[in-house]
Ligand binder design. Structure first.
Ligand SMILES: *Cc1c(COP(=O)(O)O)cnc(C)c1O
Length: 367
């Protein structure tokens, strides 16, 4: 592909730190980069502490375990998300309850959250999809009033802020992903935050075999190995040093797309007042009637990679027979049918944006 949808940029000290970690011999999950990365990450997002994990999926699994969610517990989650959000519930036997999203921001709709609460509801999982923050004011208000835990799946939202405050610092537990195409990357990796230090301590034990801190090879509970490696943390620390630059570049890219696409009558995912969208992906909503999948193929033919947005997960086989999957989700269905992720990597030039937009325009016209 001449223009891929994503590629990481390693213009800082990534290589230097990675080699330093490698040469130190500490290539597993001990070593000084782990703690440095955790500290720097916590400080960047404005949290007291953070714990690194192997990826964003186990971060969500750890959130479920830490909050003690299990069979019989309902967790409200937007159907329009990446599958890992709801899979984490399945890992512990909890039941996802799907809700629709808002049409402009594409984030879960607080009115629907309120309507979905039952006596079995234990938690709300917020997903800041594509880097736009969900409405944390209303969601936290509902959660407090109904005595529900809040999990923020911020895998796509590093750099996103709601009223100036970084996402992931509102809920009881928050998770991030550093997969290769995420805003900052460690290859595979993730991070977990918690508002309560004891809960974070518990998750830190669960992530590492629940090993006793005082008695070698003694374990009081079933634990896991969800650890990040020192090599990954070394890359992450260098990425973090460039976080403002990466996010600034992505926001500029989104503005370039927005101006050019609005002339064609195409909207990109809207940014609500008071929020900072970190634009993990710049995502366009194609006009009704345009065959999105044909547009993807036409762009591919000229060397431009785009991607459909996520399919609503209530339609997937493992979730389709849940009671909430039978409800209607008109906004999610409409966006899923016509949404398109555009090339969104921070190094994409303005000429590259022009090229994508003119190819997109031609592909739509050809229909
Ligand atoms: C990427 C992603 C995850 C999973 O992260 P991995 O690091 O790939 O395991 C979870 N939730 C959302 C919304 C994601 O985009």
């Amino acid at each position: 592909m001449k223009i891929p949808v994503y590629q990481p940029s390693f213009d800082g000290r990534e290589r230097e730190y990675l080699l330093e970690a490698f040469d130190s011999g500490w290539i597993s999950s001990r070593g000084r980069f782990i703690e440095r990365f955790e500290r720097a990450f916590a400080s960047y997002v404005g949290a007291e502490r953070a714990i690194s994990v192997a990826n964003g999926t186990v971060a969500l699994h750890l959130a479920m375990l830490g909050l003690g969610l299990g069979p019989g517990d309902e967790v409200i989650v937007p159907t329009f998300t990446y599958v890992a959000s709801a899979n984490a519930m399945a890992f512990v036997g909890a039941t996802p309850v799907f809700v629709d999203c808002e049409p402009a921001s594409w984030q879960l709709d607080p009115d629907q959250v309120e309507a979905a609460v039952t006596h079995r509801t234990r938690a709300i999982m917020v997903v800041h999809l594509y880097g736009h923050p969900a409405d944390m004011g209303r969601i936290m208000e509902i959660a407090r009033r109904r005595n529900l835990a809040v999990i923020e799946d911020a895998a796509e939202a590093f750099g996103a802020r709601w009223n100036g405050r970084h996402v992931g610092t509102f809920g009881d537990v928050s998770t991030f992903s550093f997969f290769g195409n995420k805003t900052i990357t460690t290859g595979e990796g993730g991070m977990v935050l918690a508002s309560d230090g004891n809960l974070l301590d518990e998750m830190a034990k669960l992530k590492s075999q629940y090993a006793s801190p005082t008695k070698r090879y003694w374990h009081d509970k079933v634990g896991y190995n969800f650890r990040m490696t020192n090599l990954e943390a070394a890359i992450g620390l260098a990425q973090l040093e460039r976080a403002d630059e990466i996010i600034g570049r992505k926001r500029a890219l989104a503005e370039q797309y927005r101006g050019r696409l609005s002339k064609l009558g195409i909207e990109i995912q809207g940014e609500r007042p008071g929020v900072t969208h970190s634009y993990w992906m710049v995502s366009a909503l194609l006009p009704e009637g345009v065959d999105r999948d044909r547009v993807v193929l036409d762009l591919e033919a000229v060397g431009i990679e785009t991607r459909p947005v996520f399919y609503p997960i209530h339609t997937m086989p493992m979730f389709a027979s849940l009671p909430s999957a039978g409800r209607s989700f008109p906004n999610s269905v409409r966006i899923a049918r016509s949404g398109l992720n555009l090339p969104s990597w921070p190094g994409l030039s303005e000429n590259g944006v022009d090229e994508v937009v003119s190819a997109l325009s031609a592909a739509i016209e050809a229909q």
